[in-house]
Ligand binder design. Structure first.
Ligand SMILES: Cc1cc2nc3c(=O)[nH]c(=O)nc-3n(C[C@H](O)[C@H](O)[C@H](O)COP(=O)(O)OP(=O)(O)OC[C@H]3O[C@@H](n4cnc5c(N)ncnc54)[C@H](O)[C@@H]3O)c2cc1C
Length: 385
């Protein structure tokens, strides 16, 4: 399903659901730094978060293009997909690399909304972007692994039943290769909370439900290891293209929201006896933001099409995320400028969306790391780190 006409009903259904969650809802949560439980429940009930789970496990079995359209529409409606976007892509690691028993055990529950797989524990405070230097260890002890260490920026950990966790199972110096020795676990956080897991919320500039998590002799059944021990880095990488494409689609939705808001305000706001949008100094930044958004949108579509055709889309997914994050941030800045003082007023929602969309040039991967990926893997330049 790739053409616009096929996706129109999905887009319409998402918009109609989002209409029940207007600006006041998000403003209240933002003030309280509270989790949008009702919004996430509504998306789950409607099946949108199970878009990429195959039908045999109770999901909708939709394409990446359709999933991207869902995330885009959420953002374009003024809502925020960040409290739940991981549920869409994190399960891909389980789907592609989990055993038949693991998939049967978890995917139908996730699809029905009974199990939340929202937490993704990769980043650590000391190693940051240098994932291969992470320090959390998982040591085999009989039919369990014992996990010790710390993660940071583990978003939604307080609102998730399961966490996909990357930990080192072979000391770096003993690993077969630079990328070997890391493993992926599906951690049942409901059990772990009384078994060595501590979660501490981190308050951020936007309402993001992010946390730091600590593992102290946390025991995870060996049957929760995903795939083969030591190959976890590859499994996590294989899920990153989906993550990049979906977050890029969210940025496109944000950009559309900012551009709509700005164009509408510029048409209506009269200063010096004429609409401000009659001034080219106001028009041009809106037009520029629109052009940037449309160009980024093409790359998102190309990346999604390659992904669903089973082709390598590493470069396109990275470029899509980069262009879309830049486009949404440029549109956010333009929107504030177009609104003048009102761009800063809470009730216009612009300052909230401005703070929310700022994240995406940093996470899930920062601009520099994308540029270095393209430099090295596409342009053949020497590896810089
Ligand atoms: C709100 C929020 C939510 C997040 N959610 C999650 C989550 O759910 N799960 C998870 O695992 N992680 C999550 N992250 C982590 C996020 O993916 C990282 O913050 C991001 O990848 C950047 O890593 P870092 O913060 O460690 O920065 P660092 O690696 O410390 O880098 C700092 C800066 O230096 C630059 N830099 C570093 N090395 C180089 C180099 N060799 N060349 C050029 N520039 C370089 C980076 O680009 C960056 O700008 C989240 C982060 C935030 C802020």
């Amino acid at each position: 399903m790739t053409d616009a006409a096929d996706l129109a009903p999905i887009r319409e259904a998402v918009r109609s659901l989002c209409a029940d969650f207007p600006g006041e809802y998000w403003r209240r949560l933002d003030r309280e730094r509270a989790y949008p439980t009702e919004f996430v429940a509504a998306l789950t009930k409607a099946g949108f978060l199970a878009a990429l789970i195959p039908e045999q496990y109770g999901g909708s079995g939709l394409t990446m293009t359709a999933a991207a359209a869902i995330m885009e529409e959420i953002q374009a409606s003024g809502c925020n997909g960040a409290p739940c976007h991981a549920q869409m892509y994190t399960m891909g690691t389980l789907l592609r690399h989990g055993s038949a028993a693991q998939k049967e055990r978890y995917l139908p529950g996730i699809a029905r909304g009974e199990l939340r797989l929202q937490a993704f524990g990769v980043t650590e405070p000391t190693s940051g972007t240098d994932t291969l230097s992470l320090r959390t260890t998982a040591v085999r002890d009989g039919d369990h692994y014992v996990i010790n260490g710390q993660k940071i920026w583990t978003s939604r950990a307080e609102h998730s039943d399961l966490m996909l966790l990357l930990a080192r199972t072979t000391p770096r110096e003993q690993a077969k290769s630079r990328t070997a020795g890391l493993s992926v676990f599906l951690v049942d956080m409901r059990q772990a909370r009384t078994n060595g897991l501590t979660i501490r919320p981190i308050r951020t500039m936007m309402n993001h439900a992010t946390t730091e998590v600590f593992f102290e002799n946390m025991r995870v059944p060996a049957e929760n290891l995903i795939g083969n021990e030591g190959e976890g880095f590859r499994y996590i990488l294989s899920g990153m293209n989906a993550e990049r494409i979906l977050i890029a689609a969210e940025c496109i939705g944000d950009a559309k929201w900012f551009i709509d808001k700005a164009a509408s305000y510029a048409r209506d706001r009269v200063v010096f006896g004429r609409p401000i949008g009659q001034n080219q100094g106001v028009q041009f930044p809106i037009a520029r933001a629109y052009i940037g958004m449309r160009a980024a949108e093409l790359m998102v579509r190309e990346a999604a099409a390659l992904y669903e055709a089973g082709k390598d889309c590493g470069a396109e997914a990275n470029m899509a995320k980069h262009l879309a994050a830049e486009a949404s941030w440029a549109a956010a800045d333009m929107c504030v400028q177009t609104h003048g003082g009102f761009g800063f007023a809470e009730e216009f929602d612009i300052e909230r969306k401005f703070r929310e969309t700022r994240l995406y040039t940093v996470a899930p991967i920062s601009t520099n790391l994308i540029l270095s990926y393209i430099a090295e893997h596409v342009l053949g330049l020497p590896r810089s780190y």
